[in-house]
Design a protein around this ligand. Structure first.
Ligand SMILES: [Zn+2]
Length: 225
């Protein structure tokens, strides 16, 4: 397994071989990072946030797989405006624009698949015997982010579903930041469950930074009415 971590938000693309197929899960964000990726055989995305769906800009001919809820959200196309806004904000120039046309529903031939909504309205986590790709959960460098379309209840349900998978994994790779060993992933799972269960209680971990304070304030304003 190889992890390509973007200079933006440490968004991870994970290249691995499973079921005899080379798969790239998610994407880095910047054009030079996308251009430098080794060519896989299949692309998979964990959820429809714009910073995870960009691999098709490097490999427009490859099959693209996602969970059913992600297929719906990708087809709505919100990610395109989000990507445009982000690129404008950061002065990123992108010659190759991804098309997500023809994306297919992921089967269970390559990975075990578990629903993982809450951070977003859609999402899946993927696992093999000793590896868990947990999408935007259990992130060392970021407190839980519950987007407007996400939900506290769904977030907690996803953590419950992830817990047994973390317990049997040796390596846990989230959608951002460093890969984790099981013990640290279980610590984060516990901390994040407590944080999301009581959002008003405030961040209980993570870097003390303006960005993390803003994520916390957004969580509270969107999900504590
Ligand atoms: Zn996300």
């Amino acid at each position: 397994m190889q992890i390509f971590s973007s200079r933006l938000w440490q968004t991870n693309a994970i290249l691995l071989e499973t079921g005899g197929v080379t798969v790239l899960v998610d994407s880095p964000v910047l054009p030079d990072e996308l251009a430098a990726l080794p060519r896989p055989e299949v692309l998979v995305v964990t959820h429809a946030h714009f910073d995870h769906v960009l691999a098709r800009s490097a490999f427009p001919d490859l099959p693209l797989q996602a969970g059913p809820s992600t297929l719906e959200v990708m087809a709505r196309g919100d990610w395109e405006q989000e990507l445009r806004d982000s690129d404008e904000e950061l002065y990123v120039e992108r010659e190759a624009w991804p098309s997500l046309d023809g994306a297919e529903r992921i089967g269970c031939d390559l990975f075990g698949v578990v629903d993982a909504p809450g951070h977003a309205e859609d999402g899946i986590a993927l696992f093999t015997d000793d590896l868990l790709l947990c999408a935007d959960y259990l992130i060392e460098v970021e407190i839980p982010l519950i987007s407007r379309a996400g939900s506290v209840q769904q977030y907690l349900g996803t953590l419950d579903r992830l817990e047994p998978l973390v317990r049997r994994a040796t390596t846990i790779v989230p959608g951002h930041g460093p890969a984790l060993a099981r013990d640290r992933a279980l610590e984060l799972l516990d901390l994040d469950r407590r944080y999301v269960s009581d959002l008003r209680g405030g961040p209980m971990r993570g870097p003390e930074s303006e960005r993390q304070r803003r994520i916390h304030a957004d969580n509270v304003s969107k999900h504590c009415s």
